[in-house]
Design a protein around this ligand. Structure first.
Ligand SMILES: *[C@@H]1O[C@H](CO)[C@@H](O)[C@H](O)[C@H]1NC(C)=O
Ligand SMILES: *[C@@H]1O[C@H](CO)[C@@H](O)[C@H](O)[C@H]1NC(C)=O
Length: 411
């Protein structure tokens, strides 16, 4: 009870100190609340009288990646949180799909994220909600058992306007709730912005496609800590230009989230779970033509990672074997032969059954506990080709992980 009151007091104090709250008290004293509405989250209409939004202060609207579409009293703006063409430079922005009826005739949404300040080196995009049409392949042809891989042909999510050609980001679609990705940015380039693009297919001509919904959180991460700032993993001493006040906690939080270079996904926590794109609760299929690294934090005490497969079902090249290494990718390389090259690369692995290898395909990681104890970065790397074969599953995987700090016990 006492604790509750104290925390309430602290909360009240914090609220009272914010400028919004002082605006609020001014408003209540000075004017009828129906005219001087402040950012209170009430529904409102834009100036065109057809688009809806919520009343927020200009600052709140910006922070949430919203777009001002009208007035909401003196201190607030009618803020559309699901506008489709947004430009923002806030450190954190949230983008939500527009009202679903608008996708009926197809939709393009572009979010331009401008770099907030010169220390920003990575942008983390969290897919809090991400349901797009699934990847597809072509219709089957009689007597032909192989088809092109599953790619995003209807709805497409892609990040473009990247600052290095080598940073190509794969187009994504399907069910990616809870997934995330990292984009490397370089504040020294001229464009200083990336573009996050949703291309949503016409539901009138394809009524069977599921509704497209998304809520993505975009966080600009600053490579900056008490020792200096990191640029692509290189520490640059900035002691001469260190601010006199201690660094903010947001800088510390950013440092925790900074991914090693080259990682599309990064899991800084010591345990958790991860899955393939469009895992779709085990039904897949995973997306063709992908090659990306999923990385984990290697703190000084960490010597490896333990992976426990909740589910693992990928294509394979060669049957009747262990579904490891050359069963997953032909060796030597021969041009012109269509053979599966789908696998999850888990470096320096040993399974609880005593098998060693690095490339896992088929069901070789299913029901397995795998210890991966590589020197260097802790990561796995997904590779998919552009081929599906009838009766061979391309469902994908989901793993639970724990980093290891005793690698003599490989099991
Ligand atoms: C498929 O194969 C069967 C048996 O070899 C053959 O009779 C049939 O004509 C083939 N169909 C096509 C479309 O090639
Ligand atoms: C960032 O861009 C500038 C200007 O194009 C270039 O000189 C610099 O090497 C880039 N930095 C990184 C880390 O790519």
């Amino acid at each position: 009870m006492a604790l509750y009151s104290i925390s309430r007091l602290v909360l009240l104090f914090a609220v009272a100190c914010s400028s919004e709250a002082s605006e609020l008290s001014r408003t209540i004293r000075q004017a009828p609340p129906n005219i001087f509405t402040v950012g209170n989250g009430e529904q409102c209409l834009g100036t065109d009288r057809s688009t809806g939004g919520v009343c927020l202060s200009r600052n709140q609207c910006n922070t949430q990646g919203g777009k001002a579409i009208g007035f909401c009293g003196v201190f607030a703006t009618c803020c559309s949180l699901n506008a489709c063409d947004v430009r923002t430079n806030t450190k954190v922005a949230v983008f939500i799909n527009p009202p679903l009826n608008r996708e009926s005739s197809g939709l393009e949404c572009s979010y331009n994220v401008e770099i907030n300040n010169n220390n920003v080196c990575q942008i983390r995009i969290d897919f809090e909600t991400f349901n797009l049409a699934p990847p597809t392949t072509v219709e089957p042809v009689e007597n032909v058992t192989q088809r092109p891989g599953y790619t995003c042909r209807n709805d497409i999510f892609q990040v473009t306007n990247l600052q290095a050609n080598s940073d190509f980001m794969p187009p994504l679609c399907g069910d990616n709730n809870g997934q995330h990705m990292y984009v490397r940015v370089n504040a020294s380039t001229n464009s200083r912005s990336i573009r996050i693009h949703f291309n949503i297919a016409d539901r009138n001509t394809q009524p069977n496609l599921p509704q497209a919904t998304w809520k993505i959180k975009v966080t600009q991460l600053e490579c900056f800590n008490t020792l200096g700032k990191y640029r692509d993993g290189l520490l640059q001493a900035i002691t001469s230009s260190l601010p006199s006040s201690p660094l903010s906690s947001s800088a510390d939080r950013d440092e925790y989230l900074i991914a090693p270079p080259g990682c599309l996904q990064y899991y800084p926590d010591r345990s958790g779970s991860f899955e393939s794109f469009n895992y779709n609760r085990g039904a897949g299929p995973y997306i063709a033509n992908l090659a990306y690294a999923t990385c984990f934090k290697r703190t000084p005490d960490v010597c490896g990672i333990k992976l426990t497969a909740a589910s693992f079902d990928m294509a394979y090249r060669s049957e009747d074997n262990l579904y490891l290494d050359t069963d997953c990718q032909m060796n030597p390389f021969t041009q012109g032969t269509a053979q599966s090259e789908d696998y999850l690369f888990i470096p320096e692995s040993q399974t609880a059954d005593g098998l060693r290898g690095s490339k896992f395909c088929g069901a070789s990681a299913a029901n397995q506990i795998i210890a991966s104890t590589p020197p260097g970065p802790i990561y796995v790397h997904f590779h998919s080709d552009n081929l599906v074969t009838d009766d061979v599953n391309e469902y994908g995987y989901r793993f639970n992980y724990n980093v290891l700090n005793n690698c003599n016990l490989k099991k």
